[in-house]
Write a protein that binds this ligand. Structure first.
Ligand SMILES: [Zn+2]
Length: 279
């Protein structure tokens, strides 16, 4: 390019920069160094419309609860500036559907994966009652949220760190975790409690946690087979409370990750993994 043409092009380039400058600049960090506009959170809506998980004590499928809570959490994250938040839904049945969820999160290069669920109990603990002329299943024995992480995840330390932040944020809002997963009566659903303060359990074989490369947790937001908890979990107020906790935990996690940069998380574990489990 000649000197003349370059000098003629300069004002135009300046104008284009002024017009497009904001979009062309790298994402801005907040005071903590977290680049909220580029930090991608994937919200996995547990189960599918066709295979919707357990019914609540009053006969509402778990998927309905998961979808409503994921929508509220997504809005809370968007409001907090996490513009790249994605709600992940699939119609594909497990197992393929679960593998697909993890693959999509990996392809999106998500920074954090949160699978949204609502809890039930093993069949041997189920009781029955009549509600509005219909027979339904319930169990009032256990109450509260629980959080699960997998040591086979691509970033198990990050998963546990986020799980702790999330548990503490839920408790700061008056919620409590259920300790019953440590009990022998849970049988094959018995889990090791990794963080007894925050309520984070180990669940190594869960597909969506072990096949994701980024930090990943599964949140059971509460027990929908518990007749009192179900009523509370169905309210916009409870959804907003949980969404506020998730947004606060994501903010803290993003800040902590930014403080650690440029060190990057270690690569996904290369060791052989046993067969995975669905949830
Ligand atoms: Zn579920």
């Amino acid at each position: 390019m000649s000197k003349l043409r370059r000098s003629a092009a300069a004002p135009l380039a300046a104008l284009v920069f002024c017009l497009l400058g904001a979009a062309a600049q790298p994402a801005r960090s907040d005071a903590t160094g977290c680049q909220r506009a580029t930090f991608r959170v994937v919200l996995d809506v547990g189960h599918t419309a066709d295979i919707p998980g357990a019914d609540s004590a009053r006969g509402v499928p778990e998927y309905t609860f998961n979808l409503a809570l994921a929508d509220t959490i997504k809005q809370a994250l968007l409001d907090a500036g996490f513009d790249k938040t994605v709600r992940l839904i699939t119609a594909t049945a497990p197992w393929r559907g679960l593998v697909e969820r993890a693959a999509r999160a990996n392809d999106m290069h998500a920074d954090l994966f949160i699978s949204i669920h609502h809890d039930s109990v093993p069949n041997h603990l189920i009781e029955t009652w009549d509600y509005e002329g219909q027979r339904h299943q319930f169990s009032d024995r256990f109450s509260g949220y629980s959080i699960f992480v997998s040591s086979d995840n691509g970033d198990p330390q990050g998963s546990l760190a986020f799980g702790r932040l999330l548990g503490l944020a839920l408790q700061a809002r008056g919620l409590r975790y259920t300790p019953h997963y440590t009990l022998p009566l849970m049988g094959r659903r018995q889990r090791k409690l990794l963080d007894a303060e925050a309520g984070v359990y180990s669940f190594d074989l869960l597909v969506v946690l072990r096949q994701t490369r980024m930090p990943a947790v599964l949140l059971e937001a509460g027990s929908i087979v518990n007749r009192q908890d179900e009523l509370e979990l169905a309210t916009p107020e409870r959804r907003a409370l949980v969404a506020g906790a998730v947004a606060a935990a994501v903010e803290d996690f993003c800040a902590a990750r930014s403080a650690k940069r440029p060190a990057t998380p270690g690569p996904a574990s290369k060791r052989a993994k046993p067969a995975a489990l669905a949830r």
